[in-house]
Design a binder for this molecule. Structure first.
Ligand code: C2E
Ligand code: CA
Ligand code: CA
Ligand code: CA
Length: 279
């Protein structure tokens, strides 16, 4: 890990000059945290609303500082993105998630999907596909169980480039999910042309789901859009049973949120999986 930390510093030093002081501090913190192995992953289960089975897991990055505090990803990921560090950090995330997937498979859960968040910066990186090929060879994990979560921000790359990237990802039998769906600016025709396996309804459209059903309109529209395009739809941030019932009624396929489980470290996840009564 030490040599990797040095590699980071060498590769990205030129970008540091553009960062503000606060970002510089955070950026240095990220280098050191990476070298000192202070990053780890937590995993949040995804549930089929109709069978109650666990279908997948989303890997989420955590940084614990030397004094034990957790730095939220919302704080350090944008800094890692702006500096380009996310490329190296993201590769580590993918490798670690695949290692965890193998442990989970060997514990008897061979069918679970492992979803990993991938930034626009990573998608734009020329070595993205080479990196994927390398980690797949190195991990010897089944790519058919890997899913990459990208946001609508990839639209910035331009249609032709996104389509060719996603096609190349699909050729590797890796799934693609559109994260935070409904908050970005992708057009419908755009979505129709992308080889996408899953839409993740952003939490902001799940929160207003209640008895009245008026809050369900956008979620309902996303579900029917997804189904028209032949795409599975998953709702994020499901916190109470009422929301789950409404989502099921509007035909949403899957759900993820505190109602089922918070993101957990691997050892806790294995205990949770063994105790999950839904399956
Ligand atoms: P996201 O991809 O939309 O991840 C879902 C976020 O919602 C996670 O926050 C998760 O802990 C939280 N969440 C899950 N269920 C619930 C719920 O029922 N209620 C509420 N209020 N929140 C819920 P987290 O872990 O803090 O991650 C924040 C964001 O940081 C992620 O949003 C993602 O954009 C980014 N992120 C996390 N890990 C990675 C990573 O490895 N790579 C990249 N590029 N981004 C990451
Ligand atoms: Ca996500
Ligand atoms: Ca698959
Ligand atoms: Ca999301």
């Amino acid at each position: 890990a030490k040599s990797k930390g040095q590699g980071l510093a060498e590769t990205y030093t030129p970008a540091i000059g553009q960062e503000t002081k606060e970002h510089m501090g955070l950026l240095q913190g990220i280098y050191h945290a990476f070298a000192d192995q202070r990053f780890f992953l937590v995993y949040q289960p995804q549930i089929n609303l109709f069978t109650n089975e666990v279908t997948g897991l989303e890997a989420l990055l955590r940084w614990r500082t030397a004094d034990g505090a957790l730095v939220p990803p919302g704080r350090f990921i944008p800094v890692a993105e702006r500096s380009g560090l996310i490329v190296t950090l993201g590769e580590w995330v993918l490798r670690s998630a695949l290692e965890a997937w193998k442990v989970i498979r060997d514990a008897g859960y061979a069918d679970l999907r492992m979803a990993v968040n991938v930034s626009l910066v990573q998608c734009k990186h020329p070595a993205m596909l080479d990196m994927l090929d390398h980690i797949l060879v190195d991990s010897n994990a089944d790519p058919a169980h890997l899913e990459l979560e990208i946001t609508e921000s990839v639209a910035i790359m331009g249609m032709a480039q996104v389509v060719s990237l996603l096609k190349a990802i699909k050729e590797r039998h890796i799934d693609v999910a559109i994260d935070d769906f409904g908050t970005g600016f992708s057009s419908l025709s755009y979505l129709d042309r992308l080889p996408v396996d899953r839409l993740k309804i952003d939490r902001s459209f799940v929160a207003p789901l209640d008895d009245s059903r008026t809050g369900a309109r956008i979620a309902e529209m996303i579900v029917s859009l997804g189904h028209t395009l032949g795409i599975t739809v998953l709702a994020e941030g499901v916190e109470d049973p009422e929301q789950a019932v409404i989502l099921k009624n509007i035909g949403c396929n899957e759900a993820q949120g505190y109602l089922y489980a918070k993101p957990m470290p691997l050892n806790e996840l294995l205990v949770w999986l063994a105790n999950w009564q839904g399956g």
